[in-house]
Ligand binder design. Structure first.
Ligand SMILES: [Zn+2]
Length: 298
């Protein structure tokens, strides 16, 4: 049995697959935000529940919003900032009494979608997570790319490309810089932009803004258009570098169906090519992709 855990910023998702990839059991709990020790306990409890219910012992693969530094073995680059600097792998291995695999959640996502999902049969795939944070993973000819610094595909903390005057200098990011792609394209980034642009008193969450737009609200529609333009130019900068066959979107913002129609119409003017054949697709496994990819790590 393979157990996959997707350690998200707001929820922890788990799945157990048998040897043929069939799903045996799935569980989802709220993430203990801000507390490392409780995060460890929550993961250990999930695994123990799965193993009790299935009466099987599993391998464990975990996708995290960040990565394990090859130099220190500690978590780095996590937007769930309470994980940063923690020996997550070592702590979980001693609690679970076995070796585990930990990889960036966007890498898990792209493995799942490129193996047998929405980007199946594509040679070069860029997997994007636009949700609580903004991550990315690269998959080339059957393998996800980790990279020399274990950050391959991490586009979220580059500055927004081709910025307009009103996009500068941009909001502060947890990484210490300003105007990162993540501060525009994460769910929170979208909600902040809607609030600031319209000088609203309180934040409306991304899902509700999308609903407003669908129901004809002009300011919400304009916010969505600004979002699509920013996604288009941010992805264009990826296309200019790795030139993927397919870009597959994941995370909460990937549920917005208009992105798949509008963004490819907008990115042409930024991509350095007469034609852009790169496809933008929605994930086959949706929210479950990260956790499936994590299970396949082992
Ligand atoms: Zn940043």
């Amino acid at each position: 049995m393979r157990i996959g855990i997707d350690l998200g910023g707001t929820k922890i998702e788990s799945v157990a697959l048998n040897d043929t990839g069939q799903e045996l059991i799935r569980k989802r709990i709220k993430a203990p935000q801000g507390n490392y020790q409780n995060t460890l306990n929550a993961i250990v409890n999930l695994i123990s529940e799965i193993e009790t219910e299935t009466q099987l012992k599993g391998t464990v693969g975990i996708g995290i919003p960040g990565t394990i530094s090859p130099q220190t073995g500690l978590v780095k680059n996590a937007n769930s900032t309470w994980l940063i600097g923690q020996p997550l792998k070592k702590d979980l291995e001693s609690l679970l009494k076995r070796n585990i695999r930990i990889e960036n959640d966007a890498n898990c996502f792209v493995v799942s979608e490129a193996s047998d999902g929405a980007a199946k049969d594509a040679e070069l795939v860029f997997g994007v997570i636009i949700g609580t944070g903004t991550g990315g993973g690269i998959y080339i000819r059957g393998q996800s790319v980790i990279g020399a610094n274990a950050i391959a595909g991490e586009w979220g903390h580059n500055p927004i490309p081709w910025p307009t005057k009103d996009e500068l200098p941009g909001r502060d990011c947890y990484c210490g810089k300003q105007g990162c792609i993540e501060t525009w394209l994460s769910g929170t980034g979208f909600a902040n932009d809607h609030k600031d642009f319209n000088k609203l008193d309180k934040l409306i969450i991304a899902k509700e803004i999308v609903l407003l737009a669908e129901n004809g609200d002009k300011t919400a529609q304009a916010s969505l258009q600004r979002y699509e333009e920013r996604l288009a130019k941010s992805l264009a900068s990826i296309i200019n570098i790795i030139d993927p066959d397919v870009i597959v979107l994941g995370g909460g913002m990937s549920n917005i169906q208009s992105l798949y129609i509008n963004v490819p119409k907008l990115w042409d003017k930024y991509v350095f090519s007469d034609h852009v054949t790169t496809k933008l697709v929605s994930p086959k496994y949706g929210d479950a992709s990260g956790v499936r990819g994590a299970a396949w790590l082992c």
